[in-house]
Design a protein around this ligand. Structure first.
Ligand code: ADP
Ligand code: MG
Length: 623
C-alpha cells in the first residue's frame, strides 16, 4: 500500500478498551446485558433499569447487591480487573455470569460513566466518574448496592454511532435482553423504565409466574412444564404446545447454566423434537434451562458469552432431543380445568442468592441429580408425571391394519382402520368421549361427562396412520427400492464422503444403493421408489450435510419421518367420507392410544374440548 513502515508499539489503554468495546458493547443492548449480569453476580434481589433514547443517551441501572468497596471502585472500571476469577482453574469452573473483567472498562471507554456504590461495611457511598478522560473519585449519596449511570454511549466513536438503528429498535433490543435475563431470575424483582415511564414491573416470585409474564400470552397456561435429568444433565423449563407456535422464532429461550445462549446445537435439538408435531414454517415457543457441571461446558468462547462449547456435544444433543421428543409424544389427555399459573411449582423459586456466589443458588436449583436417570419432582399441572415423559406410554392396542402386504411395510388397506372391536362403554381413559354424529363430513361430535369434544377426523386419522407407519417401519422395514438403468454420478463435498460408507446399512434400509467412486463422487445405483421424482443430487448432499452435523440416527429418522408423514396425509380419510358411529368411536379410541395424537402431522390440533361450564357461561345459565 506504499505507507511507511512504523515501529511496533503497545497501544494506549484507552484505545485497547475502545477496540474491545467493539465486541463487548456492540450496541446499547450489549451494555445493558453486561450491567444486568453484574448486578446479578453481586447478588441483587431488586434491579431497576432506566433507558433513554433506546439506551443511546442513557442507561442507568440500580441494584441492591453487595456493592463495590470504595478502594476498589477504580479497579472495577479498569480493564482485566475482576473479583470473579483468579486462576485458570477458576475460569474452567466459573459459576458467575461475568468473569472477563472487561465490561465496565469497555463501556466506560465509549461513554460518560458514573459508578456509585456502597457496601454493607461502609457508612456512606462513593462515586467514580470518567469526566475529562480521567477517573475521579468522591463521596456521594447512595443506598446499599450499586448504581451505574452510562450517558452518551459512543459519543467519542462516531463510526460506531453510525451503525445504530432507530431509538425504538435499540430500545427493543435492550428490552429483549431484559426479558432474557429476567426469565432466568424469577427470585429477583425487575423494573424497566423507558424514557421515564415504567413499562415493565416484575415482582419476585415463582418461575412459572415469571415465565407467564414474559412469554406470549397463553403459552405458559397451556405449555408443558418439564424437569428431566440423566446423569449430570438436567433440563428444566416450559415447552409451548404446538398449537401455540408462531410464524417467527421470537419466543425461544435457551439457557445453559442460567446463561442465555444462542447455540446451534441446542436449537437444532429442540427443533428436531418439535419436528414431528409442527409444520416447517412454524416456530415453537419455549423456555428451557440446561444445567450441567461447569467443567463440561466452555463459556469463554465469545466476548458476549452467548455461545458455548460443550465437551460432549453429541451426548447433550441426544439427551435434549430425546427427552423433549418423548415429552411431546405423550398425549395431554383430558384437559383439566385448573388455572395453571395459580399453582405453585415445587422446587422452583429462586429467592435471595448468597452475595458472594452470584448465581450460585440459581445453579443449585438446577444441581444435577446424582445417580438418578430420571427425575420427576414436578407433576405437570395437567396431572402428568414428568418422568412418564422419558417412557412414552406403550401403545398397547394391536393395530387392526396388517402391515405385511407391501414392500413399504404398509398395507393399502390402511385407507381407514377396519373395525375389529367397538368399545362398549366409556371408561375413564376414554377422554374423547362417545361419538354422537358427524358434522358436515369433517368433524366428529362426541359427548363426555363434562362436556363435548369436537374432532377433526382427517387430521386425527392422519396422525394415527403416521404413527402406525412409523412403528411398522421400526418393526421390519425395507423400503421399496428402484434400480436406476444407468447409475447416477453425484458430486459430493470430500468432507462428507465418509458419511456414505459410515452408514451403509441404513442407506440400504432406506432403499438406496450407493457406492463411493472417488474422494468427491458417489454413484447412485438404486433409490427409494418414493423418491423417484426428486432432485437426487441435492437430496443426497443435504442428507450428507445432516449426517456430518447431527449423526446417523437423527438424520435417517427425520428423513424417514418426512416421507411417512407425506404418505399418511395421502392415505388419511378425506372430508365427506361418511363414517358410521362404530367407525367414529373406533377412531376416537385409536386417538387415545396414539402418541402425539393431539396434533396432526402439521401441528394443527386434532380435537377440542368444550366443558359444560363454558357452555353454561355462554348461555348464562345459573347467573
Ligand atoms: P466482570 O463482571 O467480568 O468481573 P466487569 O467489568 O463487568 O467484569 O466488572 C468488574 C468488577 O466490578 C466485577 O468483577 C465486580 O467485582 C465489580 N462490579 C461490577 N458491577 C458491579 C455491581 N453492580 N455490583 C457489585 N460489583 C460490581
Ligand atoms: Mg461483568
Amino acid at each position: 500500500m506504499g505507507t511507511t513502515a512504523r515501529a511496533i508499539q503497545a497501544l494506549p489503554d484507552l484505545l485497547v478498551s475502545q477496540i474491545a468495546a467493539g465486541e463487548v458493547v456492540e450496541r446499547p443492548a450489549s451494555a445493558v446485558k453486561e450491567l444486568l449480569e453484574n448486578a446479578l453476580d453481586a447478588g441483587a434481589t431488586d434491579i431497576v433499569l432506566r433507558l433513554e433514547a433506546g439506551g443511546t443517551s442513557r442507561i442507568c441501572i440500580t441494584d441492591n447487591g453487595a456493592g463495590i468497596a470504595d478502594e476498589q471502585l477504580i479497579l472495577a472500571v479498569t480493564r482485566h480487573a475482576t473479583s470473579k476469577i483468579a486462576s485458570l482453574d477458576e475460569l474452567e469452573s466459573v459459576g458467575t455470569l461475568g468473569f472477563r473483567g472487561e465490561a465496565l472498562a469497555s463501556i466506560a471507554a465509549v461513554s460518560q460513566m458514573t459508578v456509585t456504590s456502597r457496601t454493607a461495611a461502609q457508612s456512606s457511598a462513593w462515586q467514580v466518574c470518567n469526566a475529562g478522560g480521567q477517573w475521579a473519585q468522591q463521596p456521594a449519596a447512595g443506598n446499599l448496592g450499586t448504581t451505574i449511570d452510562v450517558r452518551s454511549l459512543y459519543f467519542n466513536t462516531p463510526a460506531r454511532r453510525k451503525f445504530l438503528k432507530t431509538e425504538n429498535t435499540e430500545h427493543a433490543h435492550c428490552s429483549d435482553v431484559f426479558t432474557r435475563v429476567a426469565m432466568a431470575f424469577p427470585g429477583v424483582g425487575f423494573q424497566l423504565f423507558k424514557d421515564g415511564k415504567l413499562v415493565q414491573h416484575l415482582q419476585p416470585g415463582a418461575w412459572l409466574q415469571r415465565v407467564g409474564q414474559l412469554l406470549p400470552s397463553g403459552v405458559a397456561e397451556t405449555g408443558r412444564v418439564i424437569d428431566l435429568a440423566a446423569g449430570d444433565l438436567r433440563l428444566f423449563g416450559l415447552m409451548g404446545e404446538p398449537s401455540e407456535s408462531r410464524g417467527r422464532a421470537d419466543a425461544q429461550f435457551l439457557y445453559v447454566n442460567g446463561r442465555f445462549v444462542r447455540d446451534k446445537l441446542l436449537m437444532h435439538a429442540v427443533r428436531a423434537a418439535y419436528e414431528d408435531v409442527l409444520h416447517r414454517d412454524r416456530y415453537p415457543v419455549y423456555a428451557l434451562f440446561l444445567s450441567l457441571p461447569h467443567r463440561a461446558v466452555d463459556v469463554n468462547v465469545h466476548p458476549a458469552k452467548t455461545e458455548v462449547r460443550f465437551r460432549d456435544s453429541r451426548g447433550i444433543y441426544d439427551f435434549v432431543r430425546k427427552s423433549l421428543t418423548a415429552q411431546l409424544s405423550s398425549s395431554r389427555a383430558a384437559p383439566v380445568e385448573t388455572q395453571r399459573l395459580s399453582e405453585p411449582v415445587a422446587a422452583w423459586s429462586v429467592t435471595g442468592r448468597p452475595h458472594d456466589t452470584g448465581i450460585g443458588e440459581f445453579l443449585a436449583a438446577f444441581a444435577p441429580v446424582a445417580q438418578r436417570e430420571v427425575q420427576a419432582p414436578i407433576p405437570d399441572l395437567l396431572g402428568h408425571q414428568a418422568d412418564a415423559s422419558l417412557h412414552p406410554p406403550a401403545t398397547s392396542y394391536s393395530s387392526p391394519v396388517s402391515y405385511s402386504e407391501s414392500p413399504t411395510g404398509v398395507s393399502s388397506a390402511a385407507a381407514f382402520p377396519q373395525i375389529t372391536q367397538v368399545p362398549a362403554k366409556t371408561e375413564s381413559g376414554e377422554y374423547l368421549g362417545q361419538a354422537i354424529v358427524q358434522l358436515h363430513g369433517i368433524y366428529i361430535l362426541a359427548q363426555r361427562a363434562d362436556g363435548v369434544v369436537i374432532v377433526d377426523m382427517h387430521a386425527a386419522h392422519e396422525r394415527i396412520l403416521y404413527e402406525q407407519l412409523k412403528s411398522a417401519w421400526d418393526g421390519k422395514a425395507q423400503v421399496e427400492s428402484q434400480r436406476l438403468l444407468v447409475p447416477l454420478v453425484v458430486p459430493v463435498d470430500p468432507r462428507l464422503i465418509e458419511g456414505v460408507s459410515e452408514a451403509a446399512g441404513l442407506w440400504a434400509q432406506m432403499g438406496f444403493d450407493l457406492g463411493v467412486l472417488s474422494m468427491n463422487e458417489v454413484a447412485v445405483r438404486a433409490i427409494p421408489a418414493l423418491l423417484a421424482d426428486h432432485d437426487l443430487a441435492g437430496l443426497l448432499q443435504s442428507w450428507l450435510e445432516d449426517l456430518a452435523q447431527f449423526g446417523v440416527a437423527h438424520t435417517f429418522q427425520s428423513r424417514r419421518n418426512e416421507w411417512l408423514a407425506g404418505m399418511a396425509c395421502h392415505r388419511a380419510v378425506r372430508a365427506n367420507r361418511k363414517l358410521s358411529l362404530p367407525e367414529m368411536n373406533a377412531l376416537l379410541r385409536q386417538m387415545e392410544q396414539t402418541e402425539r395424537s393431539d396434533q396432526c402431522n402439521h401441528g394443527r390440533p386434532t380435537w377440542r374440548h368444550f366443558s359444560m361450564r363454558e357452555m353454561d357461561a355462554w348461555f348464562m345459565r345459573g347467573q
